[in-house]
Design a binder for this molecule. Structure first.
Ligand code: FES
Ligand SMILES: [Fe+2]
Length: 369
């Protein structure tokens, strides 16, 4: 069986090798109008700034997110600091500065800033740094090899913690990441899981050439929402079975399943299972940059014994399904009062769940709509 599985994986791998996903061009001049009906662009939550390994001790990076830029640096002690990018003195770009111990030094006149954004030393002045010599800093932590930042529209502290989730990744092998810029709103990712009707319409084909002449995928989906202390979570299950086109009959043991856990608006984990590979985890993060523009990063983890061809194939299938969504998301609008019929999924329930990630003032606006 193992030999057959490996053989099939090699065939799949060769057939799908180098497959490129084509996107339709986005008319950027119309984006402001398209964004008009969408909810606010930056929901509150934890977001991925960059991978931990991409920021060594003593390094500084410029990261774009939430309609602005941030200076992200790692001090000599290993701790990460995140602050607004323009120095409060004469507005030099702090990401062009350098690290001294655990402080960030401005490249223009050498003011030194602590992790909390306070200036603690001005090298040429006898004057103590004035009270206003402070730059806005942000709550940051590292989990799963990522540098996560808490973003809140009103500057409120984190309402939940990331530390207790996905601990199984410690025993997994990391297989790298992919990154893409998408012209979509974050909330469309969440609505995807609640939009039951699109699954058997958009996601019914395999990537293997000519396979769609004979077989199709049949999805059975369900979403659940966390309550109380877990209200920032939602779980979505998709069981996809392979069926013959002619008879509609299900082909035994040929499908796969995915459990998707949503951790607030900023990231979700796909756990993929099939006969070829088990418990593969794709940690998908979304970092909004501007209205209808975000960075999507996929971090791939698999149990150590996973066959690499099987892994490649399962990732190809899942990312191909995602690209089918992206083609639609990048060109759609947002209807505040969608025309729903029997057979549509719990889209309104999902929208209500999502409201918790907007600020209090935003919530009122949404409810009045
Ligand atoms: S602009 Fe930063 S120290 Fe002067
Ligand atoms: Fe979808």
């Amino acid at each position: 069986m193992a030999i057959l599985t490996t053989f099939l994986s090699i065939i799949f791998n060769l057939l799908t090798l180098g497959k490129k996903f084509k996107r339709k061009p986005v008319d950027l001049s119309r984006e402001a109008e398209r964004a008009k009906n969408y909810p606010p662009a930056f929901p509150n939550g934890w977001y991925n700034l960059c991978s931990s390994e991409s920021l060594g001790k003593g390094q500084v990076k410029e990261i774009e997110a939430f309609g602005q830029k941030f200076a992200v640096y790692r001090g000599q002690s290993g701790k990460v600091g995140v602050m607004d990018i323009y120095c409060p003195h004469l507005n030099a770009n702090l990401a062009d500065g350098w690290v001294k111990e655990d402080k960030l030094v401005c490249p223009f006149h050498g003011w030194e800033f602590e992790k909390n954004g306070k200036c603690s030393h001005i090298p040429y002045s006898e004057q103590e740094p004035p009270e206003q010599a402070k730059i806005k800093s942000y709550t940051v932590k590292e989990n799963w090899g990522l540098i996560l930042m808490w973003y809140h529209e009103d500057g409120e502290p984190p309402s939940w913690d990331t530390g207790k989730y996905l601990n199984e990744l410690e025993d997994y092998k990391y297989h790298g990441f992919t990154s893409d810029i998408l012209h979509i709103h974050l909330q469309d990712f969440a609505e995807n899981g609640a939009d039951y009707a699109h699954f058997n319409f958009v996601h019914n084909l395999l990537t293997i050439p000519y396979a769609s002449k004979f077989v199709h995928l049949k999805h059975d989906v369900k979403i659940q929402f966390g309550k109380g202390e877990e209200s920032h979570l939602a779980w979505f299950t998709d069981t996809a079975q392979l069926a013959w086109n002619k008879s509609g009959e299900i082909i035994d043991k040929a499908g796969g399943s995915a459990v998707v856990s949503y951790f607030g608006p900023g990231f979700l984990a796909f756990k993929l299972n099939s006969k070829l590979a088990k418990d593969v985890i794709v940690l998908k993060t979304f970092t909004p940059i501007a209205p209808l523009k975000l960075r999507m990063d996929d971090y791939i983890f698999a149990p150590k014994k996973t066959n690499r061809f099987a892994l490649k194939y399962i990732l190809m299938e899942s990312s191909s399904q995602f690209h089918d969504d992206i083609l639609i998301w990048e060109r759609k609008g947002y209807n505040k009062k969608p025309l729903l019929v029997r057979g549509d999924g719990p889209i309104i329930k999902m929208r209500n769940w999502y409201k918790q990630f907007y600020t209090a003032s935003t919530k009122v606006l949404l409810e009045e709509d």
